[in-house]
Design a protein around this ligand. Structure first.
Ligand SMILES: [Mg+2]
Length: 144
């Protein structure tokens, strides 16, 4: 069993392929996507995805636009933005729009794994709270 289900989205194929291999070894279950469009398609198909690692600079739909669409359709999915030196500002902008955090490329694998685990933990806690709230609501309905 994997410790977190992750969708890795970046337009640089060699980067995605290398990271997928390296992260799979850490028992993260990595699904690769090479564009914002492919990222959204994968999220629509696979409800088990917990965390999206998202490149900010991509042709077509960029990271910020993709982030907005993810948050609109899948508000509980956590997003970690990947930025370059020149795009840190975009990473910060992403956090204001609901991204969990950002990392600068080339990123340290340990740091990335730690952030992914933190993000997955946050999502699970969030979901538990929602379940608890639903249970409370059901109990209250029975009581009154
Ligand atoms: Mg890119």
């Amino acid at each position: 069993m994997s410790i977190a289900n992750v969708l890795l989205t970046d337009d640089e194929k060699p980067f995605v392929e290398t990271m997928t291999k390296r992260l799979n070894k850490r028992e993260l279950d990595i699904i690769p996507a090479f564009s914002g469009e492919a990222c959204l398609e994968a999220l629509g198909k696979d409800g088990s995805i917990e965390v999206v690692i998202l490149d900010v600079k991509m042709p077509g739909m960029d990271g910020i636009e993709t982030l907005q669409k993810i948050k609109k359709k899948h508000p509980l999915v956590e997003v970690i933005m990947l930025t370059g030196h020149a795009t840190i500002e975009t990473g910060i902008e992403g956090m204001k729009m609901g991204a969990f955090d950002y990392l600068m490329k080339p990123c340290d694998i340990e740091e990335l794994v730690a952030k992914v685990m933190e993000a997955a933990g946050k999502k699970r806690q969030h979901e538990e709270k929602i379940v608890e709230a639903r249970m409370k609501e059901i109990t209250n309905r029975r009581a009154y």
